[in-house]
Design a protein around this ligand. Structure first.
Ligand SMILES: [Zn+2]
Length: 79
C-alpha cells in the first residue's frame, strides 16, 4: 500500500473540525490538529474554508438579518 499514513489523521481532523473551530478541544487534541494541518494541505484548506464560512455567516448575522430569516432560524433551533 502506498497510501500515506496520514489517512487516519485526516479522518480524525475532519471529525473534530467543528469542535476545533468552536474551541471545544483539549489543548492536546488541538495541538495534534494544528500539527496535522501544518503538513496536510488537504485538511488545511477544509479548515480554512470552514473558518471563512463561519466568519462570513457571523458577519452577516451581526449586520442585517431579515425578520423572516430570523424567524425561520428561531423556528429551526426551537427557541
Ligand atoms: Zn489531513
Amino acid at each position: 500500500m502506498s497510501t500515506s499514513k496520514s489517512a487516519d489523521s485526516c479522518n480524525d481532523a475532519v471529525t473534530v473540525l467543528h469542535e476545533y473551530l468552536d474551541g471545544e478541544l483539549t489543548d492536546q487534541r488541538r495541538n495534534a490538529i494544528i500539527t496535522h494541518l501544518d503538513d496536510c494541505s488537504g485538511c488545511f484548506s477544509k479548515f480554512e474554508f470552514e473558518q471563512e464560512l463561519r466568519a462570513v455567516v457571523a458577519n452577516h448575522c451581526r449586520t442585517t438579518v431579515p425578520d423572516e430569516l430570523r424567524a425561520a432560524i428561531i423556528a429551526e433551533i426551537g427557541i
